[in-house]
Design a protein around this ligand. Structure first.
Ligand code: XMP
Length: 326
């Protein structure tokens, strides 16, 4: 069994100089581990997988094969950003898989939250497996495992343990971040030249917008979630809340309410806003968003997002509400 304990002598990486030193050491270690062989990585665009990708591109260039699966449940602009940053700017060997229809077809009519998670996780493995089989000569699998995942104190990743690749695809693992804490991963990501929106982004669940489009997912309500989330993020960024609030997003339930627009009755979906602060995601408090900003966001969402006629702000701390609604 490999050593999975962070060496006591390892300094906390909290500045650019220490980040550069870590990067140089890991580049050498990865080169020594994989030589001229190919490495496969599932690149979601989240902080951890993005930092692994940037590090491995530095070490082995095109011998890193990044697979980005667009499952249709990503935030607005995310798949495009992955392609822009990694393929266009970093010249990565990136396979982009448009699996939107595949995921949404599998999820059609499924309302139970854990069932939705299972379908998303299992389908993800299946798509990734298919891509892995198309690649020749892969011997290694890179993963964005970080130290809290090893300590199993990370509630975020513990959620989506859906099993792994089949036995004949059990590659040797490359896990250059496995002794790092999240703040250190960000310092390293910054030193590797990743954009701030990627390095400092808020946590985003594996099943993505799928657990924010409540009940059985429809394309119409999924767009309501995606568009309202984009407006919330834009307004939080403009008003200095983006780096301050731990997690903020929108939720769309599967019922409609009556409203009125230009003298006519409407029957449309509500959007729920959620903005919380926490240290470890086990408990959370609600951000005190200025009322005028909530009103402005409400105004924008009801005007700009088709199919929405009402906006609510969730005032529930954790406990007794969880952070997500499903
Ligand atoms: P809850 O809703 O349990 O969320 O208070 C705590 C943190 O975990 C995230 N979360 C998930 N992350 N897969 C993930 O990768 C999931 O299925 C999942 N469910 C919740 C949530 O966004 C919050 O940061």
């Amino acid at each position: 069994m490999e050593n999975n304990k962070r060496p006591e002598s390892m300094a906390r990486i909290n500045n650019a100089e220490l980040a550069e030193k870590f990067i140089a050491e890991q580049v050498a270690a990865v080169k020594a581990q994989v030589g001229e062989k190919k490495v496969l990585l599932a690149l979601s665009g989240g902080v951890d997988s993005s930092v692994v990708a940037a590090l491995l591109i530095k070490a082995i260039g095109k011998n890193l094969v990044c697979v980005h699966v667009n499952h249709g449940l990503l935030r607005k602009g995310e798949p495009e950003q992955v392609v822009e940053v990694f393929r266009n700017r970093m010249n990565a060997n990136l396979v982009y898989v448009d699996a939107v229809d595949r995921f949404l077809d599998k999820l059609a009519g499924v309302a139970e939250p854990e069932q939705k998670r299972k379908i998303i996780g299992a389908e993800f493995i299946r798509v990734f497996e298919e891509e892995a089989r198309k690649q020749d000569g892969i011997e290694f699998l890179a993963q964005g495992t970080i130290y809290p995942d090893i300590l199993e104190s990370g509630p975020v990743k513990a959620h989506h343990n859906v099993g792994g690749l089949p036995d004949d695809l059990k590659f040797e693992l490359v896990e250059p971040l496995k002794f790092l804490f999240k703040d250190e991963v960000r310092v390293v990501g910054k030193a590797l030249g990743l954009p701030d929106e990627m390095v400092y982004r808020q946590p985003f669940p594996g099943p993505g917008l799928g657990v924010r489009c409540l009940g059985a997912i429809t394309r119409e309500r999924l767009e309501c979630v995606r568009e309202s989330d984009a407006i919330l993020r834009e307004e939080f960024a403009k008003n200095g809340l983006a780096g301050k609030v731990w997690q903020y997003f929108t939720v769309v339930p599967d019922f409609k309410s009556v409203g009125v627009k230009e003298g006519k009755r409407t029957f449309a979906y509500p959007v729920i806003l959620r903005a919380v602060n926490t240290v470890d995601a086990m408990t959370a408090t609600v951000e005190n968003v200025p009322f005028a900003l909530l009103q402005h966001i409400t105004d924008r969402i009801t005007k700009e997002v088709p199919g929405v006629n009402r906006v609510l702000y969730d005032l529930t701390p954790k406990p007794c509400g969880t952070i997500e609604w499903e």
